[in-house]
Design a protein around this ligand. Sequence first.
Ligand code: GLC
Length: 563
Amino acid sequence: MIDDLWYKNAVFYCLSVGSYMDADGDGVGDFKGLLRRLDYLHGLGVTAIWLMPFQPSPGKDDGYDISDYYGVDPRYGTLGDFVEFTHGCKQRGIRVIIDLVVNHTSDQHSWFKAAKSSPDSRYRDWYVWSDKKPANANKGMVFPGVQRSTWTHDKDAKAWFFHRFYDFQPDLNTSNPYVQAEILKIMGFWIQLGVSGFRMDAVPFVIATKGPKVNKPTEQYDMLRAFREFLQWRKGDAIILAEANVLPDTDMEYFGDDGDRMQMMFNFHVNQNLFYALASADSRPLAGALKVTKPRPATAQWGLFLRNHDELDLGRLSEEQRKTVFEKFGPDKSMQLYDRGIRRRLAPMLGGDRRRLELAYSLMYTLPGTPVLRYGDEIGMGDDLDLPERNCARTPMQWSTEPHAGFTKNANPKNPVIDKGPYGYDHVNVAKQRRDPNSMLNWTERIIRMRKEVPEVGWGDFKVIATRDPAVFVMRYDWRNNSVLFVHNLDEKPREVSFAVGLPGKQGEHLINLLTEEHSHADDKGRHRLMLEAYAYRWYRVGGLDYLLKRSDIDGDTDAHPE
Ligand code: GLC
């Protein structure tokens, strides 16, 4: 297979324009500010930026309530600024993907206003109505504890409307062909302005049947193929990255058996089990999660992440496992959210401990898929638990020790900067970490550089290598006549571990460390014995550093691993 599927060996960085840098001084980040920071992102080595919603919006759900799909919120700039930004990215070889939030609109969208004004409006059927309060109105809330129902009465419409999320986010009737045509038009618009694809919000809900009588929604998976086909006619290398927190046995419905639906999906299943592994030092459920999410078409790819802008959703773990993660990483009620998750940033969850942070990120960069980093994580930013719900982990980027972390010159930024405690911008900021060769920032830059030089992770086939110790997690990847091997000690105690690489003959004899001088050579029986410090991680090339000379041009080379 040719290897120009760019997303297979990419590093994604997600950010929200309003929280990155404010160039015009109104207290809200903007595209001009972001454009000025592109060299920072280029230096960090990320290859794609995922932008959270930036379209006009009342901003009641941080932009996930859009009131016009074809514009830029004036606080962030203009369409002109947006194009300057995508152009700036292109010059630096960085791709841009943007959020596609089409399960619902804002209740301030002109379509909804027209729809509720009259049953005869041509937009009426763009939403989902009921004359009476549906029997299931108190079921299926996405934000339990905050959201009270999924149907709300509207006075003007004299009817109830459906909203899977908050009541100011009326669901679009996505089964309506006119709505579907509009979704394609939205994609076409942004593609034309230079984006390389979309992170599609809430996909299972977008494709679900909706209505007052729908008790068990059915997913209309074929819609995904229609989105994909349109996108690739317009721009061959554009992708959709699906947000779909679904059970592994439906993954293939999203990717399509022939890889004809979504190119990428976030691996929520691995995410939850990864946190369990970090909390319990037991890698077995993680290995299980990797196994059940392994089958996927050759062109498909997982997005691998630790934390995102939402809560860490632990809803798919067992009761017992969830309890373990809560106790370890979010013991206080104020740290938990929606009865299922933790709303903190990663650094405070891991006690700000560099060893644990490096271990967690090393796992993220070496598990099968494409890593998705969140802004601020490269410097170990913290959270502000005084802010409501998920806002605690959405504070502005901390650039320097200047007032408001150098984020804005405005005295009252809309989102407060973290200015107190160990994660305050006095301690945690980019400027300081740039000067310190051992900082988290410089570690991240190094690890990203190395990750990009190990395409085996994104492209290859993996095996979990058995050790007798569940705290030590060993994986090997094979791709085009080369292999790499990663070792992680999840435990707070040092470990001694022994394993065989599992390749025929003498191929596994030498493990060349990519990050330090500690190489490993097998004993007579072909086994490697490693002494691992607490939370240790090792990245090895199997064989030697002549791997580029050995690399084959095709997959499944029968001459793989010549002696
Ligand atoms: C997704 C987003 C979340 C948003 C919701 C509604 O889950 O990640 O932030 O609130 O969709 O659009």
